[in-house]
Design a protein around this ligand. Sequence first.
Ligand code: 6GU
Length: 254
Amino acid sequence: MNFIVLTIFPEMFDAFWAHGIIRRAIDQEKIVTSTINIRDYASGRHQMTDDRPYGGGSGMVMKPEPLAAGIRAAKRRAPFAKSILLTPQGRKFNQHTAQQLASWEELILVCGRYEGVDGRISHEFIDYEISIGDYVLTGGELAAMVVIEAVTRLIPGILGGEDSAKKDSFSDGLLEHDHYTRPRNFEGEEVPEVLLSGHHQEIEQWRLGSSVMRTLLKRPDLLQKKKLGEQEIEILKKWYREIEKLLNLHHREH
Ligand code: 6GU
């Protein structure tokens, strides 16, 4: 995958490229990364990349010429690339979008700043607009990093465990199960016995139960959307019966 980022703050990406999974993906030549400084394509003594909005109002708008020239330069490096504008007005990014983007060979990520970019850029030079959530950031740089990281970890051969991306939260509509590591007893709380048993089937059962209940408690919206399997329904029924028992006990007492 070839990622080209257009930004007025290319230095923000130096640390991002240099660590963790992104670093490893670059070293293993699974991804190629570069930045284009939009300011390099701005003209005039001050190389301004923004200007006041026509029609008045507060805030600044990114000028079209430097962005257009920057995107054209990126397209010369990556002729088949799709160009993505990071903006709070975009489609909400999720795991499904990450999977779709991972199927492209080349991506140009345009980081908007200020109040937005000139409308003619979004109309003529941008294939998709993506937002990473309903909150406002001053620029698209952090959002671009979010997208790049989410896409990179889906590229085959990047993660330690080959199937860990498949087991991730959201990829099957459930949150991940609880995880434990040593020590067995931490400040009085024990690791669930079944995880020490070595019974792989029972461990898988326990993990599915943990996933389903965690999703019910933390993200019930995900369970509503998901098509539940037989096993998952059984788990919910089991807990439903447990809760009923508890309620009956209390009912008798009061
Ligand atoms: Cl992609 N950009 C900006 N500036 N703010 C955001 C965003 C993107 N996604 C959520 N908020």
